[in-house]
Design a protein around this ligand. Structure first.
Ligand code: ASP
Length: 441
């Protein structure tokens, strides 16, 4: 039987009660052999994550200030986990090592990594699993970049002989043993690497929500949880602002064709969201997986008579952006017109010079900038082909009297992007969500 890799987020392991829930989940399925853990996260909204506590401790130490209080607070958080679980864990010794490393000028990444290191050791002791330190198997190169190929080989070799293991997330080391952390939330990436390295059957990502929602719950009251979606849909949803999984976590498992299941530690009975490489024909029950969006966009519109008969006009405009290293979100071309959508915060500081350069280079008949737009994305590989979805989206916006500034679907399946005035964004998301909510069911 192929193993399951289960990664638990910080809030899933924030206190002793959460540890008990994790143990029940792990014990409920013998396939869950490799457990990847985050540092203790927030227990309540105003709480501080252990990684942030370690960052504060590091800052004090680096400034040559007394960090005793910060260190004691971190130790207290772990003590609150260990004691109620009745574990004999050498916390004092571990904290003494950290203290002496801090006094000796430890590097920031080493200090930040200690939350995962300690939590994984504690979790391993609690579950009776072997502790695996990613220092030995998540490999970084001499520039501090993750070495994917090397990691998959070394990680696989370290894990496969072990029947059951708990692995600390979020960090690894280079050949010299220098610790590097991944970006914040990076334990998701460690979990994905572990799953790919052992050719897991499934990568479970246990968090505090029952899966990905079909819309932002701050805008749409009680949106549906997406039951099943593809990696590409997830990528689009994440790009457009939905945040459940670290974006880099998709790559290792999607390459290996391993599905991800987002689950809720506090509601293990919920099936969560299953993310798969390829949607099957019968997945078309819910052809649209969700509506997401990004605000703060601007559109530069360039018009020139007869340019559609020439080639290279669009390239000239994009070249200007490239030279300035200004990324664009979308490039829409029509007859004798090119529109480029750019994030307003990136565009504003150079708008004047950019327009002057476009004028000088392509001599347009008309050059206009529209600001304060929101881009709404209606996402669904199966739905993008059906004109029914598009008709519903446009009709819903028209019914609410919301003007459409841009529209883009391209030739590929996947998503429809609609630009609407920024102040109408919430209304637009609600209207579109209602219109597509029951599509296909
Ligand atoms: N503990 C780290 C953070 O707070 C990494 C993680 O939780 O994945 O970002």
């Amino acid at each position: 039987m192929k193993p399951v890799v289960a990664k638990f987020c910080g809030s899933s392991l924030a206190d002793a009660g959460q540890f008990r829930k994790v143990k029940e989940i792990v014990n409920a399925d013998p396939g869950r052999r490799y457990i990847v853990v985050s540092a203790p996260g927030k227990r309540f909204p105003e709480d501080v994550k252990v990684t942030d506590m370690l960052a504060a401790c590091y800052r004090k130490a680096a400034a040559g200030e007394d960090f005793g209080e910060e260190l004691a607070r971190i130790s207290g958080r772990f003590q609150e986990i260990i004691r109620p679980l009745g574990l004999h864990f050498p916390l004092e010794e571990e904290m003494a090592v950290l203290e002496s490393r801090l006094l000796a000028g430890a590097e920031e990444d080493y200090v930040l990594s200690r939350g995962e290191y300690l939590n994984a050791k504690i979790c391993a002791a609690f579950l009776g699993f072997t502790f695996v330190d990613p220092e030995w198997c998540v490999c970084f190169d001499e520039e501090g970049k993750l070495d994917l190929k090397h990691t998959l080989r070394t990680f696989g070799a370290a894990l496969k002989p072990l029947e059951q293991a708990v692995i600390a997330g979020f960090y690894g080391a280079d050949m010299e043993g220098r610790i590097y952390t991944l970006s914040r939330g990076g334990s998701d990436v460690t979990g994905s690497l572990a799953a790919a390295a052992v050719s897991a059957d499934l990568y479970e990502n246990w968090t505090d929500v029952s899966g990905l929602l079909a819309a932002d719950p701050r805008i749409v009251p009680s949106p549906k949880t997406v039951a099943r979606m593809s990696y590409r849909e997830l990528r689009t949803l994440s790009y457009m602002g939905a945040s459940v999984l670290h974006t880099d976590a998709v790559f290792p498992v999607s390459e290996a064709g391993i599905p991800i299941n987002i689950r809720n530690t506090n509601r293990p009975e919920d099936p969560g969201t299953m993310i798969v490489n390829q949607l099957a024909e019968d997945d078309s029950e819910a052809p649209i997986v969700g509506v997401a969006g990004r605000s703060g966009m601007s559109v530069i519109q360039v018009e020139k008579l007869n340019v559609s008969d020439e080639s290279g006009f669009t390239a000239l405009i994009l070249d200007i952006l490239k030279k300035r290293q200004l990324p664009f979100e979308q490039c829409l071309t029509g007859i004798d017109t090119v529109s480029v959508v750019i994030r307003s915060d990136l565009l504003s500081p150079c708008l004047k010079e950019l327009l002057a350069e476009i004028s000088k280079t392509v001599h347009p008949d008309h050059l206009e900038v529209k600001e304060n737009l929101s881009m709404l994305a209606v996402i669904g590989e199966q739905g993008a082909e059906s004109s029914d979805a598009n008709v519903r989206v446009l009709a819903a916006l028209a019914k609410e009297g919301i003007p459409i500034s841009t529209m883009n679907q391209g030739a590929g399946k996947l998503n429809l992007l609609v630009g609407v005035p920024g102040e109408k964004y919430g209304e637009a998301v609600r209207a579109v969500y209602e219109a597509i909510e029951n599509l296909g069911s």
